[in-house]
Ligand binder design. Structure first.
Ligand code: ZN
Length: 509
């Protein structure tokens, strides 16, 4: 590398470190807002967030940063850390500078108004209150897609923000395969008598719930010296630098599942952040490869691990010890069946592993239709309900538990929903690859140990941060790009046994 290049690299790193510090500061302000900020501080906090956001945007679009990155690009070898840093930072820079500032402002204003309108509309289950706001947002999101540029479909550049390299067409093929395999399974499960979830309802002391979650994620390998757990209405994980990755949860005294699985889920996100190479701190390679890859880590620990028989063989005795009254008559097998109960529900966030991706499919199809203009906002509730009936066999009681249930569209987040399904698919694909490489994993899990699994994930996923794009990362880790096969194998095996599905329903096509 030339002396000039070394200087440019140093200059770029210093500018990126400032951007990173500002983003971490925003994360800390937001964490505080959602966990412990006094309610009266909301107005002041909005100003602080706006100021730091503006500074972060100014620094990340600094023309000097652009000049350095453009000059460094021709020499950058993406196999090296420095080369990957230049590649990823240049992509971030181009994305941050591509939108005209009037469009950014229009969108910020429209989503701020839409957000309160959506909350009121959902409260009243009144679609008409939200529809005009969504009309405006769809128009602005469509403009955004055009400003980013696309060849095939306006959803492509929006998906690419969360999932570099992914397209609508590729997702459509994945969803078609999922749909064909899942519909008959869901239909057969829905015909069976329900009630398996009963052991999870009762009276469960919150302090004991909290103690159990903390013990489990410590065994997973969440580093409590570099993290903490607090309460939040909507659980989340936030990284404030490599030595401060926090999780939150929410407790329901009458339903054991809520805090338990949200804790395992958020710890999965957090271990990923804690496992990124320290060399990437304060730079563009810190963080996860994509939203979907991030979600694969939370789902893997929540589902592949936390809803497995092996896991509960290790941890059920301890859970019973903490809740003797509620669980003394519940056998391990009944508990395992309870945490894996599957049944169609109108609400996405309450959906189980079997039905979840059909909720995402529905939203993915509707978003594509809205953006390409083949679906009008006015027709949305009707189409929503028709697809719910087709995919899940149920009709929402009203728009509040139908088309108005999610916050995403009011905040302009089109192209985000598929990352949930990508997370599910990758959780199975990565877990399958880990099992093939380290066959001792199930036997370790039965002892409540996770060393081999953690080591495999750290080596093949976590340490790389954003160095590789999702397909590249997944191919290096599993030998193939993302595909639905492993997830479908996992579902067929698990639910085929749990629900005694007939071979023609649970067999591979
Ligand atoms: Zn998540």
């Amino acid at each position: 590398m030339s002396a000039g290049a070394a200087d440019r690299l140093g200059g770029m790193r210093s500018l990126l470190a400032t951007v990173s510090d500002l983003h971490d500061t925003l994360a800390l302000l937001q964490w505080d807002q959602q966990t412990c900020m006094p309610g009266a501080a909301a107005g002041g906090r909005a100003e602080q967030l706006a100021t730091v956001s503006r500074l972060a945007h100014e620094r990340s679009t600094d023309p000097e940063l652009g000049r350095l990155l453009e000059a460094l690009e021709p020499e950058a070898d993406p196999e090296t850390d420095d080369g990957a840093l230049v590649r990823v930072a240049l992509r971030d820079f181009r994305r941050a500078t591509r939108l005209p500032s009037e469009l950014v402002e229009d969108l910020a204003r429209a989503t701020a108004l839409a957000d309160s309108a959506w909350a009121a509309a959902r409260q009243a289950s009144d679609w008409g209150r939200f529809a005009p706001h969504l009309e405006r947002i769809v128009a602005l999101v469509r403009e955004t897609a055009e400003a980013y540029g696309f060849e095939e479909h306006p959803l492509d550049p929006l998906i690419d923000i969360h999932e570099p390299g992914m397209t609508r067409a590729r997702l459509a093929a994945v969803f078609a395969e999922l749909r064909e395999a899942l519909l008959p399974m869901v239909r057969t499960v829905a015909e069976q008598p329900d009630g398996r979830e009963a052991p999870l309802h009762g009276d469960f002391d919150e302090a004991a719930q909290e103690a159990f979650g903390r013990e489990v994620v410590a065994r997973f390998g969440y580093d409590w010296r570099r993290g903490r757990q607090d309460r939040a209405v909507h659980p989340f994980c936030t990284g404030i630098g490599p030595d401060d990755v926090r999780i939150t949860t929410r407790f329901d005294r009458t339903f054991l599942q809520t805090a338990l699985f949200s804790t395992l889920h958020e710890a999965g996100h957090a271990m990923y952040e804690q496992g990124v190479s320290r060399a990437y701190a304060r730079g563009a390679l810190a963080g996860g490869a994509s939203t979907g890859v991030h979600e694969s880590q939370s789902r893997l620990w929540e589902n592949q691990v936390g809803r497995s028989r092996a896991f509960w063989r290790a941890f059920y005795p301890r859970l019973r010890e903490l809740f003797p009254a509620a669980l003394q008559t519940v056998e391990l097998e009944a508990f395992y069946r309870a945490v894996n109960r599957a049944a169609p529900t109108p609400i996405r966030v309450e959906a189980d592993e079997l039905t979840y991706n059909l909720h995402v499919l529905l939203r993915f199809e509707l978003e594509a239709g809205l953006l390409e203009g083949s679906l009008a906002v006015a027709d949305l509730p009707e189409v929503w309900n028709a697809r719910m009936a087709e995919y899940l066999g149920i009709t929402p009681a009203g728009d509040a538990e139908g088309v108005l249930q999610d916050v995403h569209w009011s905040s302009g987040a089109f192209g985000y929903f598929p990352t949930y399904t990508i997370g599910n698919l990758l959780s199975a694909q990565l877990f399958e690859a880990a099992l093939a490489a380290r066959p001792e994993i199930p036997e370790e899990m039965e002892r409540g140990a996770f060393d081999a699994l953690r080591a495999w994930l750290a080596e093949h996923v976590w340490r790389h941060g954003r160095k590789y794009d999702p397909d590249d990362l997944v191919t290096r880790a599993t030998g193939r790009p993302m595909e639905p096969g492993p997830y479908l194998r996992y579902l067929r095996e698990k639910f085929g046994e749990l629900y005694e599905l007939p071979v023609e329903v649970a067999a591979e096509a």
